[in-house]
Design a binder for this molecule. Structure first.
Ligand code: SF4
Length: 340
């Protein structure tokens, strides 16, 4: 989808209220064709259909029993990216968006990392993923309640477009989704954490930690070689001081790789060095992508108990979408999707 600047350019000779009407039709009424925007003149509708088409090409893979719908989105240049709708037990609907086609980070546990990196997404290409799901839910009289940047791509390696998208998703004349319901998950790109401190946004920050020391972390997350744990934890401390917002540390539970009690002890030591304790740990059941295996239930329990006894708040992430390869770390595009 084209940028909002293009839309402004198309409407530059129209009175200012027209842009407001157009944005309302796009983001509030969630139209999929300008002919549905009956408040606009027929001429303008025709022009917009020609110069700013709203169609978003996608294939839908629904796994209702798993409370997940996966959208394979075809971009204007023919490349494909993925978006996942997660329906929570309490009725909330969260969209997991991608910020790139593929990912340059290449984490060993991640299917996206394996397909390499094609390109970053533009801000409106990210927003259009939320629009796509919002239009889909509208048919069921439901809405998007939250957005998480946990799909393909490392959001802070595409900072400007990701933040540009967040402002549109959050703004009153955009999708109007509360900042507190928007989360960005990063493997710990320090530049990005420093930058986001300065944004006047109340969004949530999640750090994909997945290892308690640099040795193991650099093995499974190559980006760690440029963003060492000590520096990541320091920048998270500064983030908490500046925003007073609670940070989530995500920790994938991978069998015999990072799930021993020694790992748990090292993790506690790492957290004890922080100045601020405004955080919690989210243990994520690993979704197999061919390399590793998920930790056993008993091991997850032991690990969780150890952290809890050390005074750390621990949650466990609900499993979403394994069956349709729409779960965390499994987004890998059409080829891997059909091959598995
Ligand atoms: S886990 Fe995130 S940062 Fe790592 S390769 Fe996958 S998409 Fe990229």
């Amino acid at each position: 989808m084209l940028s909002l600047k293009t839309l402004e350019k198309i409407l530059k000779d129209e009175p200012p209220f027209k842009l407001k009407q157009v944005k309302e039709a796009l983001f509030k009424h969630l139209i999929g064709d300008w002919n549905e925007a009956t408040s606009l003149s027929i001429n303008l509708r025709e022009q917009l259909n020609k110069e700013y088409p709203l169609f978003i090409k996608s294939e839908i893979f629904d796994a209702k029993e798993e409370m997940v719908t996966r959208f394979l989105v075809t971009l204007d240049d023919g490349l494909e990216t993925e978006t996942v709708l997660m329906r929570h037990a309490d009725g909330r609907n969260t969209v997991c968006v991608s910020s790139a086609v593929g990912c340059p980070v290449g984490c060993l546990f991640c299917a996206t990392g394996k397909i390499g990196f094609k390109r970053n997404l533009e801000a409106m290409e990210i927003v259009s993923q939320v629009l796509l799901v919002a239009r889909f839910l509208k048919k069921e009289n439901e809405r998007v309640d939250g957005v998480v940047f946990m799909g393909m791509g490392e959001p802070f390696l595409n900072y400007d477009n990701v933040i540009g998208a967040v402002y549109i998703i959050n703004s009153n004349d955009g999708l109007n989704i509360g900042a507190r319901h928007i989360s960005i998950s990063t493997v710990g790109i320090i530049e990005g954490i420093k930058k986001i401190i300065k944004e006047p946004l109340q969004i949530n920050l999640a750090i994909s930690l997945h290892a308690p020391n640099d040795r193991l972390r650099s093995e499974i997350i190559p980006a760690n070689k440029k963003n060492y744990l000590k520096n990541i934890m320091e920048s998270v401390d500064r983030y908490i001081e500046a925003t007073n917002r609670r940070v989530m540390f995500e920790y994938l539970m991978i069998d015999k790789i990072n799930d021993s009690l020694k790992d748990a002890r090292e993790l506690v030591e790492l957290f004890n060095k922080m100045d601020n304790q405004l955080f919690f740990v989210n243990l994520i059941s690993y979704n197999p992508t061919g390399v590793f295996r998920p930790s056993t239930t008993e091991q997850v329990k032991k690990f969780k108990d150890y952290l809890t006894k050390a005074g750390i708040t621990v949650t466990e992430r609900q499993r979403f979408g394994r069956g349709i390869k729409g779960a965390c770390g499994q987004l890998a595009g059409r080829n891997i999707f059909s091959a598995k």
